[in-house]
Design a binder for this molecule. Structure first.
Ligand SMILES: Cc1ncc(COP(=O)(O)O)c(C=O)c1O
Length: 397
């Protein structure tokens, strides 16, 4: 068996199940704030298209996806991030993927040259797929911390010369899971300069980019930063986008990867063998979703309402504020995060994710420790109920 499988850590939810084992929760309805699964309704017109296009199931879909899908995705990307017209050629710069999770993982397998002592840099706390992708690709993961002191933003200047030289892929997550921090465009630009200098790939996971709270100030993205630098071939830059959070379609498994044409060509070659083409009816439904912004705006309104209500309840007892973007509240805890999670479950039947399950020790600290992640995905009533119970709980400890 592949010995690298033994390097994979248990997934955060396995650790969470263990943490809760043996605890009998209070006799109240259970509320899960632990899982980042959108719960708002998927758009009906997308579901209609899914069934209308069901006949496509009789055909093998192309790994590359239908041209009409790639055109739709490229159009959205260009409009959303102010890219130069035609700089995303649907034939060369973009590929559909079955959700960004598999793509973030597969990407490292396709790109890493394991003969060169590879390093994969990634945020800490983080989405655990980056780490597993590095292990299975035969690379060493290296974590850059994002802490409260730096507003949960990376400090790329702290990365050593020898790490830059070994780095083959650097994952960024902006807006961040779990922190909600958006990396400013200027910081992305200086990172792009590093990528050009040391010849590594920036893999920018932007799957939360459409959940933000100021309609006039959407999060910027890596390709937008590259465009402003005049780097319209997007050398060494790729972005990952998804319909899961944007359009409440996590079960559709639909997203895309876009950027540097040489990288995308190699990734397509890999994916042809990997064999994970998106089913035809999912492709057709995805076109409808990428082509519409109204439902995305409506979705943002619902998240904003929830954050407003929850922050009003929690801010008197916790240091919480509206994140830059995304649907998580990432908050410091008055007691150890694991203990907080256990007691909250026992006393209020609420499940949250302890921050240390999303992070590793790096530079002698564990930046997830004494933090919790609360996903505001449920209905407003349920989320408000959860916030009230958390307020009671904190007041009681
Ligand atoms: C940071 C981050 N990236 C990627 C994903 C994967 O999303 P999907 O595969 O649904 O596109 C998630 C899902 O929770 C996530 O939190």
């Amino acid at each position: 068996m592949n010995p690298d499988l033994d390097r994979l850590h248990p997934y955060p939810f396995e650790k969470l199940a263990q943490l809760k084992q043996g605890i009998t929760p209070a006799d109240k309805s259970h509320i899960a704030l632990s899982i980042g699964e959108p719960k708002h309704q998927p758009p009906a017109f997308v579901l209609d298209e899914l069934t209308n296009a069901l006949h496509q199931i009789a055909k093998y879909p192309l790994t590359k996806g239908a041209l009409s899908l790639r055109e739709s995705m490229a159009g959205w990307l260009g409009r959303r991030f102010n890219l130069n017209a035609d700089s995303i050629d649907p034939e060369k710069n973009i590929l559909p993927v079955n959700g960004t999770r598999e793509a973030l993982f597969a990407f490292a397998q396709a790109m890493i040259d394991r003969t060169k002592n590879p390093l994969v840099l990634m945020p800490n706390p983080f989405y655990q797929i980056y780490e597993g992708a590095a292990f299975l690709a035969g690379a060493e993961p290296r974590f850059y911390n994002t802490t409260k002191a730096s507003h949960y933003l990376p400090d790329f200047d702290a990365i050593t010369e020898s790490d830059w030289q070994r780095c083959q892929i650097l994952y960024v997550c902006t807006p961040g899971n779990p922190t909600g921090a958006v990396i400013p465009k200027e910081q992305l630009k200086s990172l792009i300069e590093k990528a050009q200098k040391y010849n590594f790939i920036i893999a920018s996971d932007e799957c939360y980019s459409e959940i933000y709270f100021d309609e006039n100030n959407p999060p910027s993205g890596l390709l937008e930063a590259a465009t402003e630098m005049g780097l319209t071939d997007y050398k060494n830059c790729v972005v990952f986008h998804s319909l899961s959070k944007r359009s409440n379609l996590p079960g559709l498994r639909s997203g895309f990867v876009a950027g540097d044409a040489d990288i995308m060509q190699a990734f397509l070659k890999y994916r042809t063998y990997h064999g994970c083409a998106m089913p035809g009816h999912h492709q057709m439904a995805s076109i409808k979703a990428w082509d519409d912004e109204h439902h995305v705006q409506q979705n943002r309104i619902m998240y904003k309402q929830k954050f407003d209500s929850v922050l009003e309840i929690l801010s008197p007892v916790m240091d919480v504020k509206l994140p830059d973007a995304g649907f998580y509240l990432w908050a410091q805890t008055p007691i150890a995060d694991t203990e907080f999670a256990q007691q909250l479950f026992a006393e209020q039947n609420i499940t949250i994710l302890p921050g240390q399950f999303l992070s590793r020790i790096s530079e002698n600290i564990n930046p997830g420790e004494n933090h919790i992640r609360m996903a505001l995905v449920a209905s407003i009533d349920e989320t408000v109920e959860a916030a009230n119970r958390i307020q009671n709980f904190i007041t009681s400890i």
